[in-house]
Write a protein that binds this ligand. Structure first.
Ligand SMILES: O=c1[nH]c(=O)n([C@H]2C[C@H](O)[C@@H](COP(=O)(O)O)O2)cc1CO
Length: 145
């Protein structure tokens, strides 16, 4: 199974430790195409510009998004790139799980919360302690369907 993980990069790297826990857990279920999102070494400047810079990042990520079977997004730290990826994933009719931590004191965008009336697009509130068990439940239920 190809898994696309979305997390904030230029939107701010405050939650990188939780991204690492999520990616580690996701690797039990399949190949995480966007493992780099969880790297400590990646700053809020983004990946080093390769030859085509941002265009190469965008085109590579859209190719990975298309190849993915499921998208998991940690959406607590707001990120324009994540919002874009999630909109594109919805348009591709991909299965999406968004994870949000209310304990952050933030209020999740209505554009993400509302989308959960679509059964393919789920948004779930969680606490940091529960992250692995939430993912386990979600992937268990996928395997049963
Ligand atoms: O360097 C990058 N590499 C990359 O893969 N992305 C993708 C993956 C992330 O889920 C998302 C983060 O967007 P943003 O940088 O706007 O927070 O965009 C984004 C950037 C920088 O915008």
């Amino acid at each position: 199974m190809n898994i696309y993980f979305c997390g904030s990069i230029r939107g701010g790297r405050q939650d990188v430790n939780i991204y690492q826990r999520i990616v580690k857990q996701l690797q039990k279920y399949g190949k995480v195409l966007t493992e780099h999102v969880s790297y400590d070494s990646l700053s809020d400047k983004g990946e080093d510009a390769v030859l085509n810079g941002d265009k190469a990042i965008h085109d590579r990520d859209m190719k990975w998004l298309m190849m993915s079977d499921v998208i998991v997004a940690e959406v607590t730290q707001p990120s324009l790139g994540e919002g874009y990826e999630l909109g594109r994933a919805m348009a591709m009719k991909k299965r999406v799980l968004c994870l949000f931590r209310p304990s952050s004191g933030k209020v999740l965008s209505a554009m993400i919360r509302r989308a959960s009336s679509d059964p393919l697009f789920q948004t779930q509130d969680y606490t940091e302690d529960d992250v692995e068990s939430i993912l386990e439940k979600y992937f268990d239920s996928l395997n049963k369907n």
